[in-house]
Ligand binder design. Structure first.
Ligand code: DQA
Length: 145
C-alpha cells in the first residue's frame, strides 16, 4: 500500500529545535527509518514537510489522486489551531493517525486540545521519534485488515 507521512511547521528544524522536548533525531533520519520499516513490510512510504498551512492542505488533496491508502500526520502547532487542515483530512477521507513527538498532555494547556484526534484512527504521542515508528506499525497492521 501507499503510506504518506506529513510533517507540519517547524519540524524541518528537528535535531536542533528544543532537543530536550523533541529529541536529537533529524527529520531526515526519522524519514529514513520509516521508509526502511515500510519497505521491509512491502509498502511504499512518501514523506512531506511544510511550514505553510495551504501547502499541507494541498498535499492532503493530492493524496487522494495519488492513491494514498493511509496517512501519518504530525500537524505540529496546527494541531491546536487548524480547522482547515482537519477539514482537508475529512474531505479526502483517507484514514490517518495523529502523531506527536512530545506528550502534549503534560505540556501547556493550549496543547491539550487537538482538532484532529476525534476523526483520527488513533493518536500516538510522547515517545519522541519512536512515536512515528509506533504509528507506522499501527498503520501497517490496519492495512492488513
Ligand atoms: C508537536 C507538539 C505541538 O504542540 C508543537 O506545536 C509541535 C510539535 C510534537 O510533535 O510534539 O510543533 O506536534
Amino acid at each position: 500500500a501507499n503510506i504518506l507521512v506529513i510533517h507540519g511547521p517547524n519540524l524541518n528544524l528537528l535535531g536542533t529545535r528544543e532537543p530536550g522536548i523533541y529529541g536529537a533525531d533529524t527529520l531526515e533520519s526519522i524519514n529514513k527509518t520509516l521508509a526502511d520499516i515500510a519497505r521491509h513490510a512491502g509498502h511504499n512510504l512518501y514523506t512531506s514537510q511544510s511550514n505553510a498551512e495551504h501547502e499541507l492542505i494541498n498535499r492532503i488533496h493530492d493524496a487522494r489522486n495519488e492513491s494514498i491508502h493511509f496517512i501519518l500526520i504530525n500537524p505540529a502547532a496546527f494541531t491546536h489551531t487548524s480547522v482547515a487542515l482537519r477539514d482537508a483530512l475529512a474531505a479526502v477521507s483517507i484514514p490517518f493517525i495523529e502523531v506527536h513527538l512530545s506528550n502534549v498532555h503534560k505540556r501547556e494547556a493550549f496543547r491539550h486540545h487537538s482538532y484532529f484526534s476525534d476523526i483520527a484512527q488513533g493518536v500516538i504521542c510522547g515517545f519522541g521519534a519512536h512515536s512515528y515508528e509506533l504509528a507506522l506499525q499501527a498503520a501497517i497492521k490496519q492495512l492488513a485488515h
